[in-house]
Design a protein around this ligand. Sequence first.
Ligand code: ATP
Ligand code: MG
Length: 570
Amino acid sequence: MRATQLYAPTLRESPAEAELISHKLMFRAGFIRKAAGGIYSYLPLGWRTIKKIMQIIREEMDAKGGQEIMMPIVQPAELWKESGRWSVYGDEMMRLKDRHGREFALGPTHEEMITSLIRDEVRSYKQLPLLLYQMQNKYRDEIRPRFGLMRSREFIMKDLYSFDKDVDGMNNSYEKMYDAYSRIFTRCGLKFRAVEADNGAIGGGHSHEFTVLAPSGESSIAYCEKCDYAASDEKAELKLICADAEELKPLEKVSTPNCHTIEAVKNYLNVPIEKTIKAVAFMDDEERLIVAFVRGDHEVNEIKVMNAVEGTNHLYMADEKLIAAANSCAGFMSPIGIGNAIIIVDQTVMEMYNAVAGANEVDAHFINVTPRRDFDAKKIIVKDIRMVQEGDPCPHCGEPLKMTRGIEVGQVFTLGKKYSETLNAKFLDEDGLEKFFEMGCYGIGVGRTMAAAIEQNNDKDGIIWNKAIAPFEVVVVPVNAKDDKQLNLAEEIYNELKTAGVDVLLDDRKERAGVKFKDCDLIGYPLRVTISPKTLDSGNVEIKIRRSGEFMNFARGECISKILELLKTL
Ligand code: ATP
Ligand code: MG
């Protein structure tokens, strides 16, 4: 391809609303243009990278036995009503009506569609496992579409759905996809972790989020540098921390005027924060009071609390009346003497000695609280209910955990029978019995993967592409394209590289060299080959490696083989 025929409008300024570097650079380098909030066109360079990512995904899906299909974007409301998600999905679902008033949705995901597609036709266990996937635009009316392709309202997703005859089969499909995802993101040149994720409402199954490590990411994850443990901050399991044993002192109530916060209590009583017990009070939809207790320097993890209480799907801050009805008051709560409430105590609290906790009355605390002695074991639930913190021991190997931020680029899920049951999708098993399919679903955000790659690979001059997903692998730049000698040599090298199978661009624009070099750096081609008057004199071709900024000179005769060698390392 020649730059004179390429539509690649580069810009000096980025849009005012762009916060993320990937958004700014994709705009400036002429990869995308905005049509409306969260809705974008891909220009030729952006689309080339998108197609390369899609091709990597396709190869890895096919290698695991995936078969590519294409389902409709426009989905009838009936299907979603059948699964019960028409009402649950809420405003995020883009809905429309046809001329007859029939309702449709623009697909945010395709579990319903694919289950209905196979339910009347896949009849026998002999047809399983079945792995079907597509790559297609998805629609989610995100509250705050921002960050460019990272969180848009129309975005390309690869979604694969697996159908198996039993749980072992489903787990096997999950393993295959987990492996394929690891290969995909490795091939894209990304630093990522497969993070154990909470699969909330779906429950029971497993789920991993593939998360690209980047400070700008929206997910917070805990990971171990020694083993491969990684989990979202909501999910991370925590080991018990045992305080050193102490001689037990008698429980005593003391006055703590105006000490509503842990900070105030600790200062007033002059005790270390690790010696305090803090309460967070919630209520659920049935207006049950749920009080969670953690060590003063720890934070309560609401998801863990929710999972610990049977029959609770939402937690709200408890209101004062509910707390008063349990003979307690906010700021001074403890399990000792509290009335009607569901009490959940973090496992680490149970290992404390002579600590400070509320006395369930205004301006009073207990000191010398030893939970094993003072809490009524029959009335409390003891669980791991706290948020992970940097330095907590890894649940697998004990090494201190690190915290980092990341971008979720893909997620793998086991669904079990959730959709096959609600949509009545059955097959006939070997034993002649009708059974529901065991399903899994597996998504990758293609545009988000491109954005994440830029977040991880850029500098002040622009993008730094990994060869596998660069819009072009090499750019050949005659410094002065008006000079026939330079242009001819550049054409020669360009043609030889093309013949050698390199994805190469010839920058034959009659622009100033400085302008062309700036564009090369901004767009981020991994290698630049420069043809200058010096090249004509010395016979040496200059190569610049975008990532390291290194320059090299190769004799004309060996330059093609040298470029091919260099490319293998990029
Ligand atoms: P998030 O939590 O970021 O909203 P999600 O967990 O709802 O995403 P999934 O349903 O797991 O997303 O979708 C699979 C993949 O699709 C995600 O891992 C992500 O890469 C991509 N994706 C989801 N929502 C968006 C979006 N609004 N814009 C771009 N990509 C998205
Ligand atoms: Mg997800």
